[in-house]
Structures are given as C-alpha cells and as structure tokens.
Write a protein that binds this ligand. Structure first.
Ligand SMILES: Nc1ncnc2c1ncn2[C@@H]1O[C@H](COP(=O)(O)OP(=O)(O)O)[C@@H](O)[C@H]1O
Ligand SMILES: [Mg+2]
Length: 257
C-alpha cells in the first residue's frame, strides 16, 4: 500500500486587507486558561483582518474556540497574548472605562445565551443601549427605532413582555434588535439563528443583510446554519483553537469584490 496522501494544505484564499483599512484586526491571538494544575490552550495563535462592510461567518465544531474568539473581539475577555484592534484601536490593554466606552459605540453583541435583563420588557431591553450611550437625548427617536426593530424581527405583539414570558427564539430576536439599536459599525453575533425556525431565521437573516448593505455594518457571526453562512462574503473555520481555512465564498465572488 502506498503512503496515505497528506492532509491538504491549509487554503490561503483570505482577502489581503490593508491593516490601516481593517475594521477588525486580530494578531497572534492566544487564550489559555488554568483549570486546576493544567493549562488549557483554547486559542493557539489566530490572525485575520476584517474589512469595513465585510460579512464573515465563523464556523467550526463545538469546542473549537468560536465563542472565546468572539468574546475577545468584543473586548469582553482579555487575551493571554496577541492583540485585537477595532478600527485601529488596540483594545486588549485599554482601561476598563475607555474600553466600555469604545465597546458601547462600536459593537453590537449578540450572546449565545441572549443575556436580556429580566426586569425589563422586550422594548426596554432593546432601548437600554440607546439610553446608556446615545448623546442626542432624543428618546422618541430611540423608541421609534426600537419599535421598528422589534417589528422587523416579528415581535410587534411582544414589546411589553418580559424575557421570562418569551420563548428562547423570541429572546434571541430581542437580543438581535438590541444589538442593532445604536447602528454600531460592527455587529458580533454568536449563533444568531441557533434557536429559530425557518421563517424567523430568514427574518433575522434579512435584518442582518439589510444592515450590512444599507449601513455598511461589518458583521462577524458564529454560525452552524448553512443558510446564513451562504450569504457571508467569507468563511473562517476554526479547529482546536486554530484557523484551518479562511476563504471567500461564492456570494462574495458574485459581487465582484
Ligand atoms: N471558562 C472556561 N474554563 C475552561 N475551559 C473553557 C472555558 N471556556 C471555554 N472553555 C473550553 O474552551 C474550548 C472552546 O470553547 P468555546 O470558545 O466555547 O467553543 P465553541 O464556541 O467553538 O463551541 C472548549 O473546549 C471549552 O470547553
Ligand atoms: Mg460557542
């Protein structure tokens, strides 16, 4: 028997993005955790850049490090080494108040576990980032946008419901509407259609695509959903804490980008 063929080389089809033009830049990013006496390496050196207006799907098996990576991109967690830059600012060593300010203005984040405030209604949850960060003081405009966002994800009849009165899929859609309220330049979402049926999944997909196209929102989504990933411009796949492929999709090529 001849030798078994070697594993194929890692495809290197990633678009080359000028570092100064990158909306997100990840350099030699590592994350380890100590559990008891053992050191667990979760991310083992990740590098990529995302251009403004790009829509990137992060894929990979459960446990490959996707949620850890997304948390680091948002500055919700500190890397062991390496760096994350958002729109040119290195966030890993910013003081907490500066980081919170930057995060509030730059990122809409959708957690895998939604993280809604239980004592606030759906509408109040969506409005909260607006009330914390908007400087216009125009509450009426915020309310109108929150109402329109809840409508666009099919929740106009649930605005006054509390999270406990909502299904998992409904909570997920409230969390998405909340991530969009400030029209952030970057939206990071962890499996945003993970709990949705086909109809609601496509409502969420349409909302994401609409933001991406009309506002030029940079989207980085962790997803297992082939329907969602099919619309991404680029797919980055993780395995055991490393990028094993980073490639443009047909959807990107069709746009001639
Ligand atoms: N706080 C933690 N303590 C110990 N191990 C963790 C912790 N968070 C994540 N891990 C481990 O890191 C690996 C990657 O986790 P995660 O980023 O959640 O993966 P994914 O989102 O791709 O499923 C998993 O093996 C997970 O068990
Ligand atoms: Mg995860």
């Amino acid at each position: 028997m001849p030798e078994v063929a070697l594993a194929p080389a890692v495809p290197s089809l990633a678009p080359s993005i000028d570092p100064s033009a990158a909306m997100i830049s990840v350099e030699a990013l590592r994350k380890s955790l100590r559990t008891g006496s053992t050191n667990v390496e979760i991310l083992k050196g990740i590098d990529f850049r995302v251009a403004k207006g790009e829509f990137v799907a992060i894929m990979g098996a459960s446990g490959s490090g996707k949620s850890t990576l997304l948390g680091l991109l948002a500055g919700l967690d500190n890397p062991t080494s390496g760096d994350v830059r958002l729109n040119g600012t290195a966030i890993s060593y910013l003081q907490e108040d500066k980081l919170a300010q930057l995060r509030g203005r730059t990122i809409g984040f959708v957690f895998q576990s939604y993280q809604l405030i239980p004592t606030l209604t759906a509408l109040e949850n969506v409005l909260l980032p607006y009330e914390l960060n908007d400087e216009s003081g125009d509450r009426k405009a915020g309310l109108a946008r929150a109402t329109a966002l809840l409508d666009s994800v099919g929740l106009s009849s649930r605005v006054d419901h509390y999270p406990v009165q909502l299904s998992g899929g409904e909570q997920q859609r409230v969390a998405l509407a909340r991530a969009f309220i400030l029209k952030p330049p970057i939206v990071l979402a962890d499996e945003p259609t993970g709990n949705l049926d086909t109809a609601n999944g496509s409502a969420v997909l349409n909302l994401l695509l609409d933001l991406n196209r009309t506002e030029g929102t940079t989207l980085v989504l962790v997803t297992h959903d082939p329907a969602l990933a099919a619309y991404a411009h680029r797919r980055i796949t993780l395995r055991d804490g490393l990028v094993v492929s980073d490639e443009r999709t047909a959807s990107q090529e069709a746009q001639g980008a």
